[in-house]
Design a protein around this ligand. Structure first.
Ligand code: N01
Length: 491
C-alpha cells in the first residue's frame, strides 16, 4: 500500500523532503515508535540533492565514510569521494532497509502550512492536496532552487541551455561548443567531464575559486571487505576523517588568521604546480581570502583548463544572444549549448515557504527585519511544533553536513518526547531564540565570510551570513544536541 492510500487523518509527524535529513529524521522517529509518520518529497525519487543533481562528474567533496549516517553505515564505499549515483543508491537502500518506503509520498511538493491554534495542529498544503499534522519537520535544506544569472537576453539563446541542478540528459553535448557559466563547486566537477567530449568548452569565470588537491582514489575491495568484517575499523576511519576536518574549525579557520595565510600558500602551490602558464595562473589566482567562499578540492580542474579545446574567459558577460555569449568589450563567443553552474537561491527558498504560525505570523515577516534566524537553526518563536533540519546558520564550510543533521535530529526527538509526555505543543521562548542569535551573530561579525573580501551564497542581500554555523561541529553538538526544556514553552 502506498503512503497516500494509507493516509491517516492526522499525522503525528510530517517530514518534508526525502534527502539526507528527512530520511535520518524518519528513521529515528520510526525507531522511537513515533507515528503516524509521513515523508513527502517533491521529486519522483529519493535522495534530495543527490537525486536532483545528476550533472556529469557530480560527486561529493566530503569523504564517503564521513558523508554518511553514523547509524546507517556502509562498509563498501567504492571511492574516497563518492560519486552522486552511489550516494543516491545509499540513501535509497537506507530507506528500504529501515522500512521507510511505505511512508514516503513522492511527487508531492509542500506549498505551505497554517497553525490551527484551536486544535494545535498544522494544516498543510501540498500540490497533491491538504494534510493535517501535529508536527512538521522540514528536511528541505536550502540548496534546491536553481539560481539563474540575471543576464539580458537569457531567453533568446537558440540552443539548449540548462542549470547543473536540472541536467537535461536528452541533450547530446558531444562534439558541441559548450559554454559553462560559473566556477563554484558544481562547475569544477562538471567542466572536466564536459571538456572530454566538447568540440570546444568556454568557461566564463567571474571569480576564481580557491582550490586544494582532492587526492580522490578508489577504495580497494580488500579494504571494503575489512570494513565489512571489522566495523570498528570503519568507525575509526570515520572518526579520523571527522577530526581531520574538525581541526580546521578548531584552529580558527572561521576567521582570517595566520593559518589562512598558510592554507593560501598551499593552494597557490597546488595552482603553480598544475599551471605553468603565467597568464592563466594569474587569471586563476583568487583576490580574496581563502575560506571566504567554499574551498574547493579537485585534481582535474586545473589540468582541464589547459586542454587545447578549453578557453577560460574572464571578461564580464554583457548579454546572452541567440548564438552565444557577448562580453562587455564586444567579444562574441559562438556556442551550441549553455550550462548554468550558477548555484542556488538559498534565502529565497526559505522565504518561499508560506508558513503561517501563531496569531497569523508569517515566517517571511518574522524574518523581515533581521534576516533568517532560528533557535539552534532549528525552530522559530511563533511556530510551535515546527522544526527545521539544516535551517538558518547550520551549514558548514569545513566538515560533513551529515554530522550537523544528526545533532538536529536528536534535538527534535527530545522535543517530540516532550509532546509524548503530554504537552499539546512546544515552542521556543523568544528570549532563548534572541540569546542564541545574539551569540552566533557576535561570532559571525568578524568571520572570514564577512571579512574575507568576497560575496557568496553564504550571505543574504544585506550582507548577513544567515547560512553557516560559525564554529566547530563539536560546539554545535554542545549547543544543540539536547533540547533544553527551559528554553521552550510547553502548551
Ligand atoms: O554554486 P556557487 P554551486 N555571471 O554559488 C557564478 C554545494 N555543492 O552550485 O563567485 C557570472 O558556489 C558565481 O560567480 P561569483 C556546496 O555547498 C556541494 O557551484 O559569484 N558568473 C560562482 O562562480 C556549494 O557551495 C557539492 O563571482 C555568475 C557560480 O556561478 C553549493 O552547493 C558539489 C553569475 C556559482 O557558484 C553551491 O555550489 C556541488 C553571473 N551573473 C555543490 N551568477 C559537493 O561536492 C553566478 N555566477 C558536496
Amino acid at each position: 500500500m502506498s503512503a497516500q492510500d494509507a493516509a491517516p487523518t492526522i499525522l503525528e509527524v510530517l517530514i518534508v523532503g526525502a534527502g539526507f535529513s528527512g530520511l535520518a529524521m524518519a528513521i529515528r522517529c520510526k525507531q522511537a515508535g513515533i507515528g503516524p509518520l509521513r515523508v513527502i518529497e517533491k521529486a519522483e525519487g529519493i535522495g534530495g540533492t543527490w537525486h536532483e543533481n545528476t550533472y556529469p562528474g557530480a560527486a561529493c567533496d566530503v569523504p564517503s565514510h564521513l558523508y554518511s549516517l553514523s547509524f546507517a553505515p556502509k562498509a563498501d564505499w567504492t571511492r574516497m569521494y563518492a560519486p552522486q549515483a552511489e550516494i543516491r543508491a545509499y540513501l535509497r537502500e537506507t530507506a528500504e532497509r529501515n522500512g521507510l518506503m511505505p511512508l514516503i509520498q513522492l511527487k508531492t511538493a509542500f506549498t505551505g502550512a497554517t497553525w490551527d491554534e484551536a486544535r494545535a495542529l498544522w494544516q498543510v498544503e501540498t500540490d497533491r492536496g491538504p494534510l493535517t499534522a501535529r508536527v512538521i519537520v522540514s528536511g528541505m535544506g536550502g540548496l534546491h532552487h536553481p539560481a539563474y544569472p540575471d543576464l539580458p537576453g537569457r531567453d533568446s539563446f537558440a540552443g539548449p541551455a540548462f542549470h547543473t541542478a536540472v541536467w537535461d540528459h536528452s541533450v547530446a553535448l558531444a562534439g558541441k561548443r559548450i559554454g559553462v557559466i560559473g566556477t563554484g563547486a558544481s562547475a569544477i566537477q562538471v567542466v572536466p567531464e564536459l571538456a572530454k567530449v566538447a568540440a570546444h568548452l568556454t568557461l566564463f569565470q567571474r571569480t576564481p575559486p580557491w582550490i586544494m588537491p582532492k587526492h580522490d582514489h578508489a577504495i580497494a575491495e580488500a579494504t571494503q571487505a575489512r570494513y565489512r568484517r571489522l566495523p570498528l575499523l570503519r568507525r575509526i576511519e570515520r572518526a579520523r576523517l571527522f577530526w581531520l576536518h574538525e581541526l580546521r574549525a578548531l584552529f580558527g579557520f572561521t576567521k582570517v588568521s595566520k593559518l589562512t595565510k598558510q592554507a593560501e600558500g598551499l593552494a597557490r602551490h597546488h595552482l603553480a604546480k598544475a599551471v605553468k602558464d603565467r597568464d592563466l595562473r594569474a587569471k586563476l589566482t583568487p583576490n580574496y581570502r581563502l575560506g571566504c567562499k567554499r574551498v574547493l578540492i579537485s585534481d582535474d580542474y586545473y589540468p582541464t583548463l589547459q586542454r587545447p579545446n578549453v578557453t577560460l574567459e574572464t571578461g564580464n558577460i554583457a548579454r546572452i544572444t541567440e548564438s552565444g555569449v557577448t562580453l562587455a568589450d564586444g567579444t562574441a563567443h559562438e556556442l551550441d549549448a549553455i550550462v548554468y553552474a550558477t548555484g542556488f537561491d538559498v534565502t529565497g527558498s526559505f522565504a518561499r515557504m508560506d508558513l503561517v504560525g501563531r496569531g497569523g505570523l508569517r515566517l517571511a515577516d518574522a524574518w523581515a527585519g533581521g534576516g533568517m534566524g532560528a533557535y539552534q537553526g532549528i525552530t522559530v518563536a511563533g511556530f510551535p511544533n515546527y522544526f527545521m533540519l539544516l535551517g538558518p546558520n547550520t551549514g558548514l564550510g569545513h566538515n560533513s553536513i551529515v554530522s550537523m543533521i544528526e545533532v538536529q535530529v536528536q534535538h527534535v526527538l527530545d522535543c517530540l518526547s516532550a509532546l509524548r509526555r503530554g504537552a499539546r505543543d512546544i515552542e521556543v521562548r523568544p528570549e532563548a531564540q534572541a540569546r542564541f542569535l545574539d551569540r552566533i551573530r557576535a561570532r559571525l561579525a568578524d568571520s572570514i565570510w564577512q571579512a574575507g573580501g568576497c560575496r557568496s551564497w553564504y550571505l543574504d542581500a544585506e550582507g548577513r551570513n544567515t547560512t553557516l554555523w560559525p564554529d566547530s561541529v563539536m560546539a554545535y553538538r554542545r549547543s544543540a544536541r539536547r533540547a533544553r526544556m527551559a528554553d521552550y514553552r510547553l502548551g
